[in-house]
Write a protein that binds this ligand. Structure first.
Ligand SMILES: Nc1ncnc2c1ncn2[C@@H]1O[C@H](COP(=O)(O)OP(=O)(O)OP(=O)(O)O)[C@@H](O)[C@H]1O
Ligand SMILES: Nc1ncnc2c1ncn2[C@@H]1O[C@H](COP(=O)(O)OP(=O)(O)OP(=O)(O)O)[C@@H](O)[C@H]1O
Ligand SMILES: [Mg+2]
Ligand SMILES: [Mg+2]
Lengths: 224, 224
């Protein structure tokens, strides 16, 4: 569902965030991306998720070579197919947790009442049924993270890209989130998780390791 | 250096973030605050750090009962004595990593050239010597976190309050940060670390456990 070929991403000033990356992800896979701080994980996720274009190389998502699509077509592909959990959540500030999640279903043809029902169910799934009306500044760090997760999963995307989804969570909430992602994967969603937690990484069937902008290891393991 | 007596913090809407908290921290201690997401850890840290006033109860910092101080006196106490690492970093957006950290030394009587030298040394200490000129949007999640840590430690505060300082870091960078905090503690700084990582918590001599706004356990352990 995602193919990166010789992808390089360089920033002005000479920082090479990605260097000649090759990666193939099959539809329905579940994998972890690991590596030190600054090694290019978030950059690679953004390129996979069409949020960033590489300096060189080819990116194919869901069968489409991104170089052949207009910006408008890329936006549509992203909106309909890809769900994101960002490293810093990016929730809408003045908006309740419920509406933040419900807005994840805008433009899907689902009516307002049902969007809110599905949003409530998603929030209950991450144990935030008691925080529906809180706005982001009224939520703890881990509650913001769980709200961002609920928003990403509520539209059951084809591809879910999660950047450190358990970074702000204690082990109990973190396990709950990983169970949710596993369940999503079982219903067909391709799930890619950036994580620096080895427990999380080793519980997934495949680990891609990055170092200094390169993929240095890519292995399938028996699930721990 | 910090005493909380019967501290309660209630938000409008009825959420009780802290409930009858009693806590004594001696000068020079090193401890971890642990507990599930939403249990009140950040709220307690903000109260200890004078960023938030309790709904009821007494807060004594560095010998001063905060209820006796004017807002201006509280600000001065905080600026001179307390260093913070926030759960979401709060770096100044248009400003380089170097200046973000150097600004941590403003109003200390240290001249600009020396502020920048000390800032550079602090950033090198967290392995960011190669990112001095990058602004926050040009830094990875873990690099932002390390910049926030450098800014908090550069003025060698009396009391350092760190909210999930290794949350965005791989194990190698995370260990580096913990070594930095241990070194700071050895030179006399009282260090309080909120963490959801058990490895980090068990490596510190005391663990305070929170649940639903209450302190449910407070124990000194032999260091692992
Ligand atoms: N302004 C607010 N209004 C209402 N409730 C709030 C507000 N700020 C925080 N809360 C609630 O207070 C509780 C404690 O928040 P706090 O940030 O202290 O938790 P925490 O232990 O730091 O959690 P985490 O591990 O997720 O960071 C949370 O359940 C949160 O929803
Ligand atoms: N706009 C930018 N300009 C210059 N350099 C940048 C920019 N954005 C990111 N970088 C650099 O690119 C490198 C890779 O960043 P990226 O965010 O992908 O790392 P990461 O592996 O996600 O790190 P972390 O684990 O800390 O989140 C970092 O060293 C960072 O400093
Ligand atoms: Mg990142
Ligand atoms: Mg918190």
């Amino acid at each position: 569902i995602v193919t990166l070929r010789a992808v390089t991403r360089e920033y002005s000033g000479g920082v090479v965030a990605l260097s000649d990356v090759n990666l193939d992800i099959e539809n329905g896979e579940l994998l972890a991306i690991v590596g030190p701080s600054g090694s290019g994980k978030s950059t690679m996720l953004n390129v996979m998720g069409t949020l960033d274009r590489p300096s060189s190389g080819q990116v194919v998502v869901d069968g489409f070579d991104l170089a052949d699509l207009s910006d408008r077509e890329v936006s549509a592909l992203r909106a309909f197919r890809i769900g994101f959990v960002f490293q810093q959540f990016h929730l809408a500030p003045g908006t309740s947790a419920l509406d933040n999640v419900a807005d994840g279903l805008l433009y899907t043809g689902i009516g307002r009442k049902e969007r809110r029902e599905r949003a409530e169910a998603a929030l209950q799934r991450v144990d935030l049924g008691h925080r529906l009306t809180h706005r982001p500044h009224e939520l703890s760090g881990g509650e913001k993270q769980r709200t961002a997760i609920a928003r990403a999963v509520v539209r059951e995307p084809t591809l879910l890209l999660a950047d450190e989804p358990t970074g702000a969570l204690d082990s109990h909430s973190g396990e709950g989130v990983m169970r949710l992602l596993l369940d999503l994967n079982e219903t067909g969603t391709t799930v890619v998780v950036i994580t620096h937690e080895r427990m999380v990484a080793s519980s997934l069937p495949r680990q891609v390791t990055m170092l200094d902008g390169e993929v240095v290891d890519d292995r399938k393991m028996a699930v721990a």
